[in-house]
Design a protein around this ligand. Structure first.
Ligand code: RIB
Ligand code: NA
Length: 309
């Protein structure tokens, strides 16, 4: 097994409407473009890591339907191992209804479907890949118990873990923190998890330290155009890592691009300081926001400055 990054997570078919603004409850508005794309936070992160050059495997479940068949092919097109990408008759492939407004913001409803059927048995089938990986990545679009179990399997075998608590849940079990080498969330997830409001770099630093107290290795709070804040137990002060200013066309999946890049750097540059990995991951994610779609906007190694490698 020479897979360096394993993602245990979600696949969604993204049904995306671009509109001038997000509709209010009960309102119908005209949008100007519709497209279908490959999404889901888990798969997005895996695709970004693969495009930067990581050998990756995706542990996931899709339906035995058109969307599921297409998704398996999408993994193959991205050079991702599909040995643990299973299909089920018992649920439909996950779907995400996404609205993107003219300033690149979004609102998303996900129906997880087949993703929720990924469990213990599937993890056992992927055991060899997981325990031999350099980095394991999990999110919260599958059954949380499955994510936690995967993180623990990795941890017990000295595989570095990245946990992205997205979409966030209010009462996240503290075991998730203990099983995470890097706990990486955005500002709104950090708010939900702590009850603290995050509107500035200073707030993010506060909330990062609060999250760090729960027992994870380090915390990264991403802040969109403001970059991110990295909190490590050894460093006394949280470190703000700014990013380059870009014009956002669609920020959907920017966090996934960041995490996929982080996984790539952790797997391939294990001695690089986390702050430097975060700086580089910021720059990868900044590329992704400049074009529409999630995976369609994720850069390949060949598209990026050589200094990032
Ligand atoms: O993080 C972006 C992703 O969230 C989208 O691709 C959508 O599928 C939702 O899961
Ligand atoms: Na994008």
């Amino acid at each position: 097994e020479d897979v360096s990054v394993v993602v245990v997570g979600s696949c969604m078919t993204d049904l995306v409407s671009q509109a001038p603004r997000l509709p209010k409850a009960g309102e119908t508005i005209h949008g100007h473009r519709f497209f279908i794309g490959f999404g889901g936070k888990g798969a997005n992160q895996c695709v970004q890591a693969a495009r930067l050059g990581a050998k990756t495997a995706m542990v996931c479940k899709v339906g035995r339907d058109v969307f599921g068949n297409d998704y398996i092919q999408n993994f193959k097109n991205n050079g991702i191992s599909t040995a643990y990408a299973e299909q089920t008759e018992n649920a439909a492939t996950g779907a995400a209804s996404i609205i993107v407004n003219d300033t690149g913001e979004n609102a998303i409803v996900i129906v997880a479907g087949a993703n929720m059927l990924l469990g213990q048995e599937e993890l056992q089938r992927a055991l060899t890949a997981i325990v031999n990986a350099k980095v394991l990545v999990c999110q919260l679009e599958i059954n949380p118990d499955t994510s936690l179990q995967a993180l623990r399997m990795a941890r017990e075998n000295h595989v570095k873990t990245i946990f992205n608590p997205a979409p966030a849940i209010v009462d996240l079990c503290s075991d998730f923190f203990k099983a995470s080498d890097v706990f990486c969330c955005n500002e709104s997830e950090a708010e939900l998890l702590t009850g603290m409001s995050v509107t500035s770099v200073e707030d993010a630093s506060q909330v990062g330290l609060e999250l760090l107290n729960n027992g994870c290795g380090s915390v990264i709070v991403t802040l969109g155009p403001q970059g991110c804040v990295v909190c490590q137990p050894t460093n006394t002060a949280p470190k703000h890592i700014p990013t380059t200013a870009v014009t956002a066309a669609d920020t959907t999946g920017a966090g996934d691009s960041f995490i996929g890049a982080l996984a790539f750097y952790m797997a391939h540059y294990p001695t690089m300081p986390l702050e430097e990995m975060a700086r580089r991951a910021n720059l990868v994610a900044a590329v992704s926001v400049q074009t529409v779609g999630t995976q369609t906007s994720f850069p390949f190694q060949k598209d990026l400055p050589t200094e990032l490698f």
